[in-house]
Design a binder for this molecule. Structure first.
Ligand code: NAG
Ligand code: NAG
Ligand code: NAG
Length: 227
């Protein structure tokens, strides 16, 4: 209370002292604060511009190096067993195919997040293999060897087809690869694509010496675009 009164008294008195210099204390801190703020804004603006420029560069590079689709071939097929047993109700099979997949892209590596192979006969799936995840470098070829072994129920349509093709000496088998892949471009991962690989192979009947002598002809597969 006392100091309050003292202050009021002090203010009431006229001032005859030297002129009060303009307040020097608050001004610099204001300027400093403004400087810091300006600097922060500038840094933020520069950072934003750098990020945008980087994005544009990656986008332009991506457009220049549009990914081209993978290429796939069935190089080899070894069918050691393909029989209808139990009066045509079950199909016994032992098939190993060598599939080479080519990544023709100069800038994108391919990350296979999921890779599964299925084998079909007469439109009926009889074999399934889950293959491990893998990474495929730019401009490289990878060989995978899914092996289908076991038995599957044989449907009526398969029995008729089997009879015809047994006489012919060659079985027409469809091998498909279902994939989930990402493209790694510089440091950026693309969205996920699901290009399917579709191979129609003509494999000699292992019990037919004439057909076996003919052998297996390497076959190109159809591969979906990255889209
Ligand atoms: C095999 O199937 C045929 C018709 O599909 C039938 O006539 C025959 O009796 C069957 N044989 C045996 C041993 O089950
Ligand atoms: C399938 O064939 C391979 C040789 O090609 C053999 O090593 C393997 O034991 C066979 N599997 C079955 C289930 O018959
Ligand atoms: C064996 O295959 C040949 C074709 O390579 C075919 O002409 C022949 O009929 C087949 N033989 C048998 C016993 O199925």
């Amino acid at each position: 209370m006392a100091s309050h009164e003292h202050k009021i008294n002090h203010l009431d008195q006229p001032y005859y002292g030297p002129p009060i210099p303009p307040p020097t204390d608050p001004a610099p801190t204001g300027i400093e604060r403004r400087d810091a703020y300006t600097l922060f804004c500038l840094a933020f603006r520069v950072l934003t511009l750098v990020l945008i420029a980087l994005g544009v560069v990656v986008l332009v590079l991506w457009l220049v190096y549009q990914p081209t689709r993978l290429k796939a071939y069935v190089d080899s097929a070894s069918l050691t067993r393909f029989d209808l047993v139990d009066n045509g109700t079950r199909l016994q099979f032992n098939l190993t195919v060598g599939v080479s997949i080519r990544n023709p892209n100069r800038k994108q590596a391919v990350l296979y997040r999921r890779l599964e192979a299925v084998a079909l006969y007469g439109g009926e799936q009889f074999g399934y293999v889950d293959l491990p995840q893998m990474r495929q470098e730019r401009k490289s070829t990878t060989e995978i060897r899914p092996s289908f072994q076991g038995q599957a129920p044989g449907a009526g349509v398969v029995v008729a087809l089997f009879g015809r093709e047994k006489e012919d000496g060659f079985f027409n088998i469809n091998v498909k690869l279902h994939t989930r892949v990402c493209l790694k471009f510089i440091i950026v991962n693309s969205v996920e694509y699901r290009p399917d690989v579709d191979c129609y192979i003509r494999v000699p009947d292992p019990t037919n010496a004439t057909a076996m002598a003919h052998g297996f002809a390497p076959t190109q597969c159809h591969v979906d675009d990255f889209s």
